[in-house]
Design a binder for this molecule. Structure first.
Ligand SMILES: Cc1cc2nc3c(=O)[nH]c(=O)nc-3n(C[C@H](O)[C@H](O)[C@H](O)COP(=O)(O)O)c2cc1C
Ligand SMILES: CC(C)CC(=O)C(=O)O
Length: 359
C-alpha cells in the first residue's frame, strides 16, 4: 500500500484487482450516475472559512453518537457483499473498524453472518460498537427474526434503510448480467430464517408498500435505538422525530437509488434545521477527505459514514487496507480541525462553511 496517500488513491488498485463486473457493482450507481458524482462535487463547492489564534491545541477526535463511543466522527456505512472484494470479507472489515475504535454498520446483506462479524470485532476490541442495517420486510415475522438475530449478536442500534421501495436501477449491472451473488456466496443473515431459504438476494422484499406503520411496528418489537437511513427531505426528518426514531442518516444511498436526487450534503442543512436538535443527524455520500468530514459537521451532522472507500481499502489490503483508509480520514480530519481553529468535532459550527461556486 506504499504510495497510497489519499482515500481516492485506493480506487484504481481496487479496480485493477477486482473482477470488472464486481468493480462495476461497487463503484456504480443509478441510471446516469449523476447523483454519484454530485455527492463528491457538492463538497468541492463548499468553502471553509477558518478561525485563527484560538489556542485549541491538538484536536481530539473522540465523540459519541447516540451516546455510544466512537474514536472519530467517521463511521463505516453498510455495504453489501464484502466477499466479492476480499476472501476475509466482513471479518476483515469488522476487525479494522474495531481496531480503529469506530462504529461498523454491518449490512443485512453481508456475506458473513452477524454473529461472526461480532465475534471478529471482539477479537481486537473489548467492547466494539456494532450497528445493524435493516431492510424492513413486509413480513414482520421475517423482520423480527432478523432483528432478534442481530440483538443476540450484540448490535447496539438498527439502521433502517428507508430509501429503497425498489431496487435502484444500475445499468452497469444490467449490462454485465450481475443480479445475485455468484455460487458459493450467500447473504448469510438470511439463511434459513424463513423455511429453508438459501440466502439469495432475491429473497429480500424491497417494497413500495412500506410506510411509517412498519417503522412503528419495528419500534414496538425492539428496544434498540432505530436510525432511519436515506432521508433527504426535511419533512420526513420531522416525521421521523415525531415517530420515535432515534437518529437520521441523511443519505442518497451513494447515488444508487434515485438518480438526480440532490447530493447528501446539499440536503443536510435543511434536515438539521427541521429536527432542531431533537435527533442526532448523520450523513453519508461522497466523503473522501477530512475537509468533507468537517464540512458535514459544520452543517450539523454529528458524524459521517463512508461506503466505497472501505470497499476499496478491503479489496486492496484486507483488514490493513480498511485500517489505512480509516487512518487517512482520521489524520485529515484532525488536520482540518486544527487549521479551522477547532479542538473537537463539537466545536465545528456552521459559520465555518460557505456554499458557493467551486474554488
Ligand atoms: C457496494 C455498495 C453496497 C451498498 N449496500 C448497501 C446496503 O446493503 N444497505 C444500505 O443501506 N446501503 C448500502 N449502500 C449505501 C451505503 O450505505 C452508503 O449510503 C453509500 O455508500 C455512501 O456513499 P459513498 O460510497 O460515497 O461513501 C451500499 C453502497 C455501496 C457502494
Ligand atoms: C443488493 C442491494 C440491495 C444492496 C445495496 O443496497 C446496494 O448495493 O446499494
Amino acid at each position: 500500500m506504499d504510495g497510497l496517500l489519499t482515500v481516492a488513491d485506493f480506487e484504481a488498485p481496487a479496480a485493477e484487482a477486482l473482477d470488472p463486473v464486481h468493480y462495476d457493482y461497487f463503484a456504480g450507481g443509478a441510471r446516469d450516475e449523476i447523483t454519484v458524482r454530485a455527492n463528491t462535487s457538492a463538497f468541492a463547492r463548499i468553502r471553509l472559512r477558518p478561525r485563527v489564534l484560538r489556542g485549541r491545541g491538538t484536536p481530539r477526535l473522540a465523540t459519541t453518537v447516540l451516546g455510544q463511543p466512537a474514536s472519530m466522527p467517521v463511521l463505516l456505512a453498510p455495504t453489501a457483499f464484502h466477499r466479492l472484494a476480499h476472501p476475509e470479507a466482513e471479518r476483515a472489515t469488522a476487525r479494522a473498524a474495531a481496531r480503529a475504535g469506530t462504529v461498523l454498520v454491518a449490512a443485512m446483506l453481508s456475506t458473513v453472518a452477524i454473529e461472526d462479524i461480532a465475534a471478529e470485532a471482539r477479537k481486537v476490541a473489548a467492547d466494539p460498537v456494532l450497528w445493524f442495517q435493516l431492510y424492513l420486510q413486509r413480513d414482520m415475522g421475517f423482520t423480527e427474526a432478523v432483528v432478534r438475530r442481530a440483538e443476540a449478536a450484540g448490535v447496539r442500534a438498527l439502521v433502517v434503510t428507508a430509501d429503497s421501495p425498489a431496487l435502484g436501477h444500475h445499468e452497469r449491472n444490467d449490462r454485465n448480467g450481475f443480479h445475485d451473488l455468484p455460487p458459493g456466496m450467500r447473504c448469510e443473515n438470511l439463511r434459513e430464517l424463513r423455511a429453508d431459504e438459501p440466502g439469495h438476494v432475491r429473497q429480500v422484499d424491497l417494497s413500495p408498500d412500506l410506510s411509517w406503520a412498519h417503522v412503528a411496528r419495528l419500534r414496538a418489537l425492539t428496544d434498540l435505538p432505530i436510525l432511519l437511513k436515506g432521508v433527504l427531505h426535511p419533512e420526513d426528518a420531522r416525521i421521523a422525530a415525531d415517530e420515535g426514531v432515534d437518529g437520521i442518516v441523511v443519505s442518497n444511498h451513494g447515488g444508487r437509488q434515485l438518480d438526480t436526487a440532490l447530493a447528501s450534503v446539499e440536503a443536510l442543512p435543511a434536515v438539521v434545521d427541521a429536527v432542531a436538535g431533537r435527533l442526532p443527524v448523520l450523513l453519508d455520500g461522497g466523503i473522501r477527505r477530512g475537509t468533507d468530514v468537517v464540512k458535514a459537521l459544520a452543517y450539523g451532522a454529528c458524524a459521517v459514514a463512508v461506503g466505497r472507500p472501505v470497499v476499496w481499502g478491503l479489496t486492496v489490503g484486507g483488514e490493513d487496507g480498511v485500517t489505512r483508509v480509516l487512518d487517512i480520514l482520521r489524520d485529515e480530519t484532525a488536520h482540518t480541525l486544527m487549521l479551522c481553529g477547532c479542538g473537537t468535532p463539537a466545536e465545528v459550527s456552521r459559520d465555518l462553511v460557505l456554499a458557493g461556486p467551486p474554488c
